[in-house]
Structure formats: structure tokens, C-alpha cells
Ligand binder design. Structure first.
Ligand SMILES: Cc1ncc(COP(=O)(O)O)c(C=O)c1O
Length: 434
């Protein structure tokens, strides 16, 4: 069995006191978001990268209360569809702080975004430029460059972005079609774990800035996309990921300085963080369905822990990560190594594992109904809920307001059903004390 997450790798941000008490008080399965934690992460990011505009990638957490709070702090939004644009504008954020960041757009979608007041569009191809020129005349476009995605858990390569040579063609075509060729963008891959991934992106951006200028294209900004990591993940083998955040921020600051020097004139920078702002600020309260032990056809006996929550109702990203589990009613248990899986009748609904790898330490006496907390689940959870696949309801959510750690109006916590055996002080996390 692989080692569970090492002690000490849980930063205090992984489970704030507000999240901890909400999880402990919850009698039903739901996801909680800690607004104060999100605000802290936002402020820390602004401090690390002063002067860089933050446009939250809505897809990571399209929850009204979260978006409104970020908008009030000054964030803009990276929206991927007219619906997301409309939701972003409902927060009160001005249209000038929202861009249509998806290179995949229909004519009708472009026209609708334009009608809603959007004037900034991502692009990566000539046909898309032609469509923007027709349905959003005079708008600003930024061209997305393809990256390798190396070093990231989710590479995002090939579906989006074009080569350096194509980018120059796309931007000059935009200018010729009456659009403003305004910028370049990249995405280094989601949960990028290396500073190298960022340095390589800056090298590419520098080359295209210079080449664009040779073709008379003067850009005013660079959009650095998403990719900043969550801090509380455990990889598919059960090892805690420890992204070198300081190194990453240093690479970004160095890259920004380098591009500004290369460019000469004023050059603004935009970031579109998704998971970095919200992942560690969300946690799920679910419960044990059953801990089983079964002999497989090859003779191996395996323990399987089935939870009320899985790939289709909150843990969509279990293709790449094992989430950290806390068994609050088992403070100092004897553990068995188990494969963890969700409740559906679908074999994809299982934490990544191989023979004797990816197994999670689970209290031997875990019983049906025992509460389980799942940490660092704030990103890509509610946006990936199915509409009741196999009859399992989408996971409800509660937002803990920034001021009090109490539920926001209209989304009251269920009656606090204090579990008599909850041990708040030493709830073990994947076998470790938190
Ligand atoms: C265009 C764009 N920007 C930003 C993001 C957010 O990425 P992350 O959650 O890795 O920060 C994504 C995610 O897929 C994206 O497609």
C-alpha cells in the first residue's frame, strides 16, 4: 500500500475552522464553501502578483454567492458561454471585467455575448475570427497559444490554442477584419505542478510578441490563463501533492518582467485562476455506504469503501486525484487498506487504484451511515454534478459567509445534528492526524 498523505502537508487552509464546524454540524450530505477562505486566497494571490488582474474561471465554481463575493473584491470573470456571461453580470461585475474565454463558440453564442456587452473574446483560428468580426464587430480579441500541458495533472492540450505562426496569422486577420488584436493567452494545464511549465509558456509568449510586432501587431495584454494549483490534493497513488507554489509565483513574476522588457510599451497581465482560489476552500460531508471485503477472481481479497458521494455527485476529478478523507467518528482506529468508490452502479465511479496501489487507509470498523469528510473539493464539484445519475441527487451546497462562519441567508445549514462520537481535535485524514 502506498503511504498516505504525509503529516504536516495539510496546510491550515485545507480545512478552516469554519469548514470544520459546518461539516461537523451537518446531518446530510452536502458541499460547503468557505467564503472567508476564498477571499484569503484571492488576497494572497493579489499580493504575490501585484498589478495582475484576476478573472476567476467560473467553471471551477459557478456558485452565485462565491462569484458575487469575488466580484465585490474586485475580480472579473473568465466565462465560457453566454450563460456564464449572464451569471457573471448578475454579480454586478461590469462587462469590461468579463471576457468570453472559450475559443469554441457558435455564431449565436458570439452574438449573444456581444448583446450582453462583452467586447473581449478569446480566439485561436481564422474561422472564429471571421465569426467574431461578423457577430461582435469592432471587438477585442486575444489569441490562445497551444501549450504542451507538461507538468500538469490535466494537460488541456490540443483542443485549444494554435501554434506561434498561426497566432500571428490569426491576429493580423483580426486586424484586417476590423477587430482589435489585443492580446495573447495561454493555459499551462490545470494543477500545473512545475515552475518549468510556466517558464516555457513565457518563452512562447515572448517569441509571439516579437513576431507579432514584426507584422505590425501591437498587443496590450497577456492572459496567463489558469493552472495555479490547489494545495490539498493527493495524487492517484495516494501521495500528497506538494506544488512548489513559491517557485511558481517567482517564475510568473520573472516571466512578466521579461515580457514587459521585450515588449517595450505598456503590457497588462490577466490571470484566470479556477481551482487555486476555491479547491481548498470547499469540503464535502458524506457518509459511509458500506465497507466490504470481497475475494476477487484472482484470489486477492480486497476491501472496498463505498461512499454516498462519487464521480457523478461531487468528485468528478477522481480520474486523477484521490481526495483526502476524514473519518470524524473514528479518532484512533485500526486501519485497513481499501479501494474507495462512489455509490452508483458504475465502475468508473472509483478512486484511481492499481493492484496494491492507490489504496486508502479506512477504519476497520467503518459502518454504514458514519460521516466522512472529503477535503479540497471546492473546485469542479457543483459544475460537474449529474442530474441524478442512477437516482443519486445532485449534491446540495451551503456557502459559509465571510463574516461569521454561519450559513448565508436562504441556504440554512440543516438542523445541527451533533454526532455524539465526533472527535474534532484529532480527526484522521487518510490515516494521518489533521
Ligand atoms: C480558459 C480557461 N481559463 C482558466 C481555467 C481554469 O483553470 P484552473 O482551474 O486550472 O485554474 C480553465 C479551466 O479549464 C480554462 O479553460
Amino acid at each position: 500500500m502506498n503511504r498516505p498523505a504525509a503529516p504536516g502537508t495539510l496546510t491550515p487552509g485545507t480545512l478552516s475552522p469554519a469548514l470544520r464546524s459546518a461539516l461537523a454540524a451537518s446531518a446530510d450530505d452536502r458541499i460547503f464553501y468557505d467564503l472567508a477562505g476564498i477571499a484569503r486566497r484571492y488576497t494572497a494571490l493579489r499580493d504575490e502578483l501585484p498589478g495582475v488582474a484576476v478573472r476567476f474561471a467560473m467553471k471551477a465554481c459557478p456558485v452565485d454567492e462565491v462569484l458575487a463575493h469575488l466580484a465585490a473584491l474586485g475580480a472579473g470573470f473568465d466565462a465560457a458561454s453566454p450563460h456564464e456571461i449572464a451569471q457573471a453580470l448578475r454579480t454586478g461585475a461590469p462587462a469590461g471585467r468579463v471576457h468570453y474565454g472559450n475559443t469554441v463558440k457558435s455564431d449565436a453564442g458570439i452574438a449573444e455575448a456581444y448583446r450582453l456587452g462583452i467586447r473581449d473574446f478569446a480566439t485561436d483560428s481564422l474561422p472564429d475570427v471571421v465569426a467574431i468580426a461578423e457577430h461582435a464587430p469592432g471587438s477585442r480579441v486575444f489569441c490562445r497559444l497551444a501549450t504542451s500541458g507538461e507538468g500538469a495533472l490535466w494537460g488541456l492540450s490540443r483542443k485549444f490554442g494554435c501554434s506561434a505562426a498561426d497566432a500571428v496569422r490569426v491576429l493580423t486577420a483580426a486586424r484586417d477584419a476590423g477587430l482589435t488584436p489585443a492580446g495573447l493567452s495561454v493555459h499551462v494545464g490545470s494543477q500545473q505542478l512545475t515552475s518549468k511549465g510556466w517558464s516555457a509558456a513565457f518563452d512562447l509568449l515572448g517569441d509571439v510578441l516579437v513576431e507579432g510586432r514584426r507584422h505590425g501587431v501591437e498587443l496590450d495584454h497577456v492572459n496567463l490563463g489558469g493552472g495555479l494549483p490547489a494545495l490539498g490534493y493527493v495524487d492517484r497513488h495516494g501521495t500528497a501533492l506538494e506544488p512548489p507554489l513559491d517557485e511558481i509565483f517567482q517564475a510568473v513574476r520573472d516571466g512578466i518582467d521579461r515580457l514587459r522588457r521585450l515588449h517595450g510599451g505598456a503590457l497588462d497581465f490577466v490571470l484566470e485562476p479556477g481551482r487555486h482560489l476555491v479547491a481548498d476552500q470547499g469540503a464535502i460531508r458524506t457518509h459511509v455506504y458500506r465497507l466490504t471485503s470481497r475475494q476477487q477472481p484472482d484470489g486477492e481479497r480486497e476491501h472496498w469503501l463505498y461512499l454516498g458521494c462519487g464521480k457523478f455527485n461531487g468528485l468528478y476529478e477522481m480520474d486523477q486525484v484521490q481526495y483526502r478523507l476524514v473519518f470524524p467518528t473514528h479518532p484512533a482506529p485500526e486501519y485497513v487498506p481499501a479501494v474507495v468508490a462512489g455509490p452508483t452502479c458504475d465502475s468508473d465511479d472509483t478512486f484511481p487504484h492499481g493492484q496494491a496501489s492507490g489504496l486508502v487507509p479506512v477504519p476497520r470498523t467503518a459502518a454504514s451511515g458514519d460521516p466522512v469528510w472529503i477535503l479540497s473539493t471546492g473546485a469542479y464539484a457543483v459544475s460537474y454534478l449529474t442530474q441524478g445519475f442512477n437516482g443519486f441527487d445532485p449534491l446540495p451546497y451551503t456557502v459559509l459567509p465571510a463574516d461569521a462562519g454561519l450559513p448565508s441567508p436562504g441556504r440554512q445549514l440543516p438542523e445541527a445534528a451533533r454526532q455524539s462520537r465526533i472527535c474534532l481535535g484529532d480527526a484522521p485524514v487518510n490515516g494521518e492526524a489533521s
